[in-house]
Design a protein around this ligand. Sequence first.
Ligand SMILES: [Zn+2]
Length: 441
Amino acid sequence: MDKTARKRFIMIGLFAAAVCAAVIFCTLFTPCIAVSLDGERIAYASSEESFLEFERGFRKSLVSDTGHDPAKNAEYTYRSAVCLKSKADDFVSARKKIALYDGVLSEACVLRVNGAFAGGTKTREAIESVLDRLKAKYVSGVEGEVAGFVEDVSIEDGFALPEQITGEEELFDSLMSLGYYEKEYTSFHGDTLVIVASRLGMPPETFAELNPDFPRSRIEPGTKFTLTIGRPKLRVRIDRVVDMHEQIPYETHVEIKEDGFEDDVEVLQKGVFGEKLVKKRVVIENGVVTRTMELESTTISDPVDQIERRGALARLTTGSGALMWPVRGWISSDFGTRESGSHSGIDIAAPQGSVICACDGGEVTYSGDNGLYGLFVSIDHKNGFVTRYAHMSEIIVSEGDRVTKGQIIGYVGATGNATGPHLHLEVKVKGAIVDPNLYLE
Ligand SMILES: [Zn+2]
């Protein structure tokens, strides 16, 4: 290689190196704004606006956490610069400089509950230990149990007033102590004090104490209440899967017996509860069960149906007002005038020994032989109606008996002044003899 060739080779090499360096520089570095506070550089920002946006937001969060604004008098200066791309808009060290600017706040490890400042300690371990102790209060040690918190919890390196930085004991007590607030509540169907308390995540005793006027009895759905809620800042949520033995209810089948009374029940087969093993997921918040979900159910034994036989007749002792025909037969003599004189009822002819039923529910006020009427029954239906039955062959009710509509009171005969077997039926309404045909259905 001659001299000229070597020279050209070096030139090309240098040029290539310069291009490479430029490419590398442009990849790693960027033009930016250097921000200084009291002459000390605290950050590189992509623009003044991006720094000021961060600065306003950060100071606002400090005021909300501590009630103190450490940098309200701070003045920033800006100048153009070049910085590593990764350093632009990285405000970690600026946070510290701003927070500690007037010397009121200190560095602390901060616990946040649902985003709000809930306490500060010197170390992260102190907060972690307090959180573990809270969980331990509610953990049962059952396999598969998961302990967490109802609220969102975060731990961060932050800033606090010296009096906000506490020991573990103080933080533990502060998290356990109740915070109070009011809540509008509209009741649901089936609500009771215990159910509402559980829905709001409070033990019933605490709920009752804070809401002394809340009804202890059944609550109408749709009722509006203003309730006082007392809840710790931070609540432990335990998620547990449990196995429970539960009963399976049996069904009851009823056979109807036409001639018995409704309260005359005969158990033909006794019902037996079945049993099942139910796997449930249970969510418990600070000791209050707030949710259960059935995951799986295994039947251990099937239930056995109960079979009952009961009567069809109602124990009606007061008349319904509607009279039923007491006998199956035909009218052989109507109400009103006839050759031998006025007829005070109707005659229903029927074979000797036919069943006679009470026309309606009521009380037997006469039962026995009554001269021309023969064997005779009178029933007061206690609603202004009285029915009277004459010429019976046999009576099976006694004075004072309460009878239901359709109950058998005796049998057709021809006792007293009668020429053949029939029932002479009389109906009185408020003491007046009336035509039974008007009331029989
Ligand atoms: Zn008659």
